[in-house]
Design a protein around this ligand. Structure first.
Ligand SMILES: [Zn+2]
Ligand SMILES: [Zn+2]
Length: 126
């Protein structure tokens, strides 16, 4: 397999970003360094990383899937106005025991909060 430099660049861009970028955002950021890079290549590599468990999908915001290289348990807040995805500490696990009391086994928890981020809320109030 060649082109591991591109794969590394895609992963590094995701790892170094706190924006939970989409494939398109990663593509725009590293395209200047890889003239022949295609959006399809970025998609394919993200799918591969996801299958390997190296990254997680945060969900779809405005029709674009967003990704996170931080696979430790935490939750997300998504701004309905600007699409910002913000990390929320994982302290909302209350009730897991109650749910498992019904016989299901919980393997992961994804809680997404929706609303306005600080700058959008500030803008709305001014
Ligand atoms: Zn916002
Ligand atoms: Zn995150």
């Amino acid at each position: 397999m060649r082109h591991s430099d591109r794969r590394d660049a895609i992963f590094a861009e995701l790892k170094n970003s706190c924006a939970h970028p989409s494939a398109e955002m990663i593509f725009s950021a590293i395209k200047p360094n890889f003239a022949d890079l295609s959006l399809g290549t970025v998609y394919r590599n993200l799918t591969l990383f996801k299958e390997c468990g190296d990254i997680v999908s945060v969900g779809v915001v405005d029709g674009k899937e967003r990704f996170d290289a931080d696979t430790s348990p935490h939750n997300h807040f998504i701004c309905r106005n600007c699409g910002a995805v913000i990390d929320i500490p994982d302290k909302f696990r209350i009730g897991v025991e109650d749910i498992e009391a019904d016989g299901v086994q919980i393997e992961s928890v994804d809680i997404v909060f929706h609303g306005l981020c600080k700058s959008c809320a500030d803008a709305e109030h001014n």
